[in-house]
Ligand binder design. Sequence first.
Ligand code: PLP
Length: 375
Amino acid sequence: MYERAEARIDLASLRHNCRELKSRLGEGVELCPVLKADAYGHGALHCVSAVAEAGADRIAFATASEAALARSVVPDIPLLVLGALAPGEVEMAISAGADVSVWEPGFIATLADQAAASGLVVGVHVKYDTGMGRLGTTDPEMVLELARTADAHPNLRLAAIWTHFATADEADSNFRDLQRNRLAELGERARREFPGVKLHAANSAAMIADPACHFDMVRPGVAIYGLDPFGNDPADHNLKPALSLHSWVASVKDFEPGMSAGYGRTWQADHQTRVAAIPVGYGDGVRRGLSNKGEVLIGGNRYRISGTVSMDNITVDVGPDSGVRVGDEVTLIGTQGGETILAEQVARPLGTINYEVTCGISPRVPRVGRDSESG
Ligand SMILES: *Cc1c(COP(=O)(O)O)cnc(C)c1O
């Protein structure tokens, strides 16, 4: 048996999701899965290989070190760093052969100098802030100016102009439409000057909600892992959750009425029952906010967490006659028998999103890649 807890990553589901998303794209539109933050907590290395096998045209990351790690397992596929790079990280991005995002003249000068020093040519994606209000320039003239710089420099190659949506997961499409139109308008101008320049904008929600957002490439993150960008049920979009989180029953004890489980005695037995202790806690990423709220599956049955989530353990009232035994597998995210706990359901009582649930599984939990099918 594994120690404490294990996150299983079904690589067949990951490949299914890639193919499903790719099938929605028009001819020539590229699929660029986003594998930042250790592939949203799924383990970057096996995910990089799986998406490369399943038709990714390019893979995106937030940081240079993430791209460099991916380069060690996929020698040929184009890579893109979406995020801000400190001057000291530029060299790592360049030597990984990754394209880089720019929105600032000082940065593009540094990038050009370092590319020239390495004797390499770096692909440049100019970021246009059409409304996210985070990274990128809001000034369309600056976007064109940066594009000209990239086009003119022998060690830079103008690859794309791109943006990122702020509200793509919301039912009201007005702001998404405004952002999309801003990119489309500037893109038209840019293409008169640079006919080969590509445009990209869509995250998972935008790519699913509106094909007009696809442009030349899409950048789905969360949907690649079979998580629903709208926070409901991934099956609504024919996506399969790739991650499941498991632990096991370490002890089962008889409880008399009045006995309590865990710190602060926030749960007390009001009847004769049995309480299971499970060696997983907030040190593993099972958030303390799930105390007396979260659920787990044991023996195909659903149970509520009883008491406070501690760093290394949770406790569960399994009832007086449940038959739960030491060593039984516990599923915190995933399916057992006919019951399923989705990351979306874990997120809800915490007031957060599925993204944070999988990213929050701590490094103490090993990520084990598996294949539920071949191909
Ligand atoms: C994380 C990220 C994505 C992917 O977003 P999802 O909502 O997970 O699909 C796309 N583009 C950028 C710039 C990102 O930072």
